[in-house]
Ligand binder design. Structure first.
Ligand code: XMP
Ligand code: MG
Length: 207
């Protein structure tokens, strides 16, 4: 535990206490666990940053974070890079109803930087169906960047609905709903320093 920061274990105990008051608590309780510790994340981010630094040697990429989920991963990643970079952010909106994505993605908050002729690296928290990133890549390609790559912290390959392969992936994970390190469940748990599994499927049913 980071004495100055959040303690994932006690936060998860709090979640489990609340689950006792809802039906099916036992099953969900068993499914709440740490998947990647803060230390494991730090080591993997350093490896990714080394790989990206080699690939962008002599360049100054524009690193584009997808809000909100990518902000913690991106902050750690760019500070571990050995190349200079600039940063910008997009926020995406889906036209889907409820938790089911229709696949129609539009830009809610656009880039503030023109990207034509620049090396662009998109940073995302997680690739799930692939709909979000394949659409964003399509939109940004039309602006004619010199290069366009994607770095995703997590990848749930078995959930793809459209073909999409990220250029850099932190960890591949099974079809489980995860929170922490920027990832949320209804805007909760982004602050956790570890990545934790919530519930039994990727729909976040476990809480
Ligand atoms: P796609 O379009 O690839 O969507 O289906 C990726 C987005 O889905 C969200 N997502 C998650 N968020 N834990 C989360 O906190 C998860 O396990 C998870 N799976 C998908 C996320 O917003 C991502 O940007
Ligand atoms: Mg996201």
């Amino acid at each position: 535990m980071d004495r100055r920061g959040h303690d994932t274990a006690s936060c998860l105990r709090g979640i489990k206490r609340r689950q006792r008051f809802s039906p099916g608590a036992e099953m969900r309780e068993a499914a709440t666990e740490i998947l990647f510790t803060k230390g494991a994340i730090e080591r993997r981010v350093a490896e990714l940053a080394a790989q990206i630094s080699r690939d962008y040697k002599g360049k100054e990429p524009l690193v584009v974070g997808i809000l909100n989920g990518a902000f913690i991963f991106m902050a750690d990643l760019i500070r571990a890079l050995a190349v200079p970079c600039r940063v910008d952010f997009v926020r995406l909106a889906s036209y889907g109803t409820g938790s089911v994505s229709s696949g129609e993605i539009r830009i809610g908050k656009d880039l503030e930087t023109p990207i034509a002729g620049h090396d662009v690296l998109i940073v995302e928290d997680i690739v799930d169906t692939g709909l979000t990133l394949s659409r964003l890549v399509e939109i940004l390609q039309k602006r004619q960047p010199a290069s366009l790559k994607v770095c995703a912290f997590l990848d749930k390959r078995e959930r793809r609905r459209v073909p999409f392969t990220a250029d850099y992936v932190g960890f591949s994970i099974p079809d489980r709903f995860v929170v922490g390190y920027g990832l949320d469940y209804n805007e909760k748990f982004r602050f956790l320093p570890d990545v934790c599994v919530l519930g039994t499927s990727s729909e976040g049913e476990g809480i």
